[in-house]
Ligand binder design. Sequence first.
Ligand SMILES: Cc1cc2nc3c(=O)[nH]c(=O)nc-3n(C[C@H](O)[C@H](O)[C@H](O)COP(=O)(O)O)c2cc1C
Length: 147
Amino acid sequence: MAKVSIFVGSMYGNAENLANDSAEFLNKSGHEASVIEPASIVDVTQAENILFISSTTGSGDIPDNLLPLFLQMQSEFPMLTGKKVAVIALGDSSYGDTYCGAGKQIDALIEELNATRAQPRLDIDACEYFEPWEPAEPWLQALAKNL
Ligand SMILES: Cc1cc2nc3c(=O)[nH]c(=O)nc-3n(C[C@H](O)[C@H](O)[C@H](O)COP(=O)(O)O)c2cc1C
């Protein structure tokens, strides 16, 4: 059993729903997952394992509800050494170069913070999947084994 803190960035609820469904799935898989919202830097430093689930807004930007935490992580730079961290990015490939920009920014930051990647990032394209759960489920199944 592993404890997983889920941090979510969402404008219109897609990533939010996926975060809640992911917590339920991980709990059914025998882990102890919860969506932390609003989250502060202390939630990050105290987390055992972390799952970021974020959509992209604007032009490759991080949603307003996750941005303060992201900026705080950038400025305070809490090392994530020894923590297993994974990222699910929601986006839309019709946005071109900024596709999944928020998830990519988070992914780059956790790399700099020396996190152990539990899984390669999952990018979910709204053009391809109407329902993000479809690609997320097998990815979460693999994550549940890696925790
Ligand atoms: C105003 C707006 C801007 C967006 N900008 C981007 C973008 O730059 N890159 C991208 O991949 N997706 C972009 N998207 C697509 C969303 O990330 C995608 O629809 C996602 O599923 C929304 O999830 P949410 O409801 O959790 O915010 C944008 C969507 C909207 C409405």
